[in-house]
Design a protein around this ligand. Structure first.
Ligand SMILES: Nc1ncnc2c1ncn2[C@@H]1O[C@H](COP(=O)(O)OP(=O)(O)OP(=O)(O)O)[C@@H](O)[C@H]1O
Length: 545
């Protein structure tokens, strides 16, 4: 746990100024509480002794204002620090995921990754806000208490030692709370999945009358989560009780010392008031144990995913992009991981520059896998893939992807306007270019008829449009990318027969001068490919058009 949390702290290096600033203000704020009560105590002692206590009163007045100001500053600075650190962590995690799962989350649990991205990263704020901040502030208070009472080491020990114990206890408890925190984090992920999965597939859930079963699963997952949370709360409550016990022991110690009459009135009152002041700061510490354990569990889950080896390593010194655009597979063998079926077996392919290739094959034959290998979303287990004679392993992935445009089978429409979705492929494309590709996929007229035209919002996952319309926008996006090689994975998926034929008929015109790889289950007769290949048993065979 410690190592994982240290890694997370290391990730926040660029926010060290804010984080340390927050710590400093938290310490000052806690010490101001001590100063206020210490001065009040001195005032009371002076008053009781008939010495007036005017000086204490004079000093107390500004403290009454300084303290709330420091509390306000503590909130603002520490929350800003946390916000910035967590934002960095989210971006870092996103990049790590993108490197490690270029072929998409579909095969690795999108719900789980989403839970980690949101909930686990949020739980990390406990490391700073609820563990480090209160613990450091409390430690400073205990130290200052010991120093202020230093005139009498006996009294100092009676007050400061139980208080120090109140800080150490939650840290010690955090270790034993780690499994409970881990269980809570896992259970939250399970609730996320149980809630999201049937919702994302709501139509199937309802059509199969499966909502009761889905609700039962969600209830079971929620029950398991509450049970796990209860176990963690018990630990937290134990920490809270033990912490309070320690703080009260300090008060009792100070009171006992005062009543024993072994020192002056001033010191006795100071001891009592300091024990009271410290109690207030220490009240936040017991929660630190559970928060630390939860942050540790979240950090472990995040790092497990973020540290997975990337499927394709980027070259240290990428080769320059070659001139030619002929793409070759030379004896490529590939499986998606240990224990998984071999998808490609010593596959050879020459996709010549400017060639229009149709790739047929049964479902699951490995057609999309072939496309993913070309884009370096995965790397061959044996053999190599070359572009213009250069092994793509030596090319930087962004360079390669600038040469090969791809319409994936499950291409997603993002939230944002039609224009924004298209410009993902070509950020500087003028409106005229957008209209051109929309016309090529038969969508220009429809988009023009919408009040907002190109600015029409697509909705989440393209929900503003029908499946076929969304598919055509994705197709237009692939056409817009001016890459010389174009891979179209099932471009007709979701289109009615007439639209599919119309699109395939204009494909030649729309992709003139480019190499096209058309991946499909079947040809409809209007494609006019230069060559047709069929993928069977991990190898390619010539097929009739
Ligand atoms: N990203 C991935 N991670 C793990 N396994 C994968 C991944 N993509 C594909 N597979 C697996 O590889 C095998 C071939 O799948 P692929 O999608 O390449 O076939 P396909 O010929 O395109 O099928 P379809 O025509 O049904 O789309 C399948 O067993 C599939 O589960």
């Amino acid at each position: 746990m410690r190592q994982d949390l240290m890694r997370i702290w290391g990730l926040w290096a660029t926010r060290r100024g804010w984080l340390l600033g927050g710590l400093a203000v938290a310490v000052l704020s806690a010490l101001s509480a001590v100063a206020l009560l210490a001065l009040a105590g001195q005032g009371v002692a002076a008053g009781v002794a008939g010495a007036g206590g005017a000086v204490a009163l004079l000093l107390t007045r500004p403290m009454v204002l300084i303290r709330p100001a420091l509390r306000w500053a503590e909130r603002m600075v520490s929350h800003e620090a946390t916000f910035r650190a967590l934002a960095d962590t989210r971006v870092w995690f996103f990049r790590r995921l993108a490197e490690r799962m270029p072929a998409g989350l579909g095969h690795t649990g999108a719900g789980d990754a989403r839970a980690r991205m949101i909930a686990d990263i949020e739980a990390l704020d406990g490391l700073y806000l609820r563990a480090l901040l209160p613990a450091v502030a409390a430690a400073a208070v205990v130290l200052v208490t010991a120093l202020l009472l230093g005139a009498n080491p006996g009294l100092a020990a009676l007050v400061a030692l139980p208080l120090a114990l109140a800080i150490l206890l939650p840290i010690w408890l955090a270790r034993s709370a780690a499994p409970a925190a881990e269980a809570v984090t896992e259970a939250r992920g399970a609730v996320h999945r149980a809630a999201l999965d049937p919702l994302l597939g709501l139509t199937e859930t309802l059509a199969n009358n499966a909502e009761t079963r889905a609700a039962d699963r969600l209830a079971a997952a929620t029950g398991a989560m509450h049970a796990a949370e209860r176990r963690l709360s018990r630990r937290s409550a134990l920490g809270g009780s033990l912490g309070t016990l320690c703080a009260q022991a300090a008060l009792l110690g100070a009171l006992g010392w005062a009543l024993s009459g072994s020192g002056g009135l001033g010191l006795a009152v100071l001891g009592l008031f300091l024990a009271l002041a410290a109690g207030e700061t220490l009240a936040l510490v017991p929660r630190a144990g559970a928060s630390l354990a939860s942050a540790g569990a979240a950090a472990r889950r995040l790092l497990a995913l973020a540290d997975a080896p990337p499927p394709v390593l980027e070259p240290d010194a990428p080769a320059p992009l070659p001139r030619g655009n002929t793409l070759r597979f030379e004896g490529v063998t590939f499986s998606w991981g240990e224990g998984r079926d071999t998808v490609l077996r010593g596959l050879d392919l020459e996709w010549r520059e400017g060639e229009r290739l149709a790739l047929l094959g049964a479902s699951g034959a490995g057609k999309s896998t072939l496309a993913r290998l070309m884009l370096k979303f995965a790397a061959p287990d044996a053999g190599r893939i070359t572009l213009g004679g250069q092994d793509i392993a030596g090319l930087a992935a962004p360079d390669l992807r600038g040469r090969i445009a791809c319409l994936a089978q499950d291409a997603r429409i993002f939230e944002g306007s039609v224009a924004e979705n298209l410009r993902i492929a070509a950020p500087a494309a003028p409106d005229a270019a957008l209209w051109r590709v929309l016309a090529q996929v038969g969508m220009a007229e429809f988009i023009r008829s919408l009040p907002a035209g190109l600015d029409t919002d697509c909705g989440e996952g393209g929900s503003r449009f029908s499946g076929g319309q969304a598919r055509r926008i994705a197709l237009a996006r692939a056409l817009l990318q001016s890459a010389p090689l174009l891979v179209l994975d099932e471009p007709g998926w979701g289109l009615d027969a007439e639209t599919e034929r119309a699109f395939l008929a204009v494909l030649e015109e729309a992709t003139r001068g480019r190499s096209v790889l058309l991946i499909t289950h079947r040809l409809v007769g209007v494609e006019r490919p230069d060559r047709v290949l069929r993928l069977v048993g991990g190898r390619l065979f010539p097929a009739a058009a």
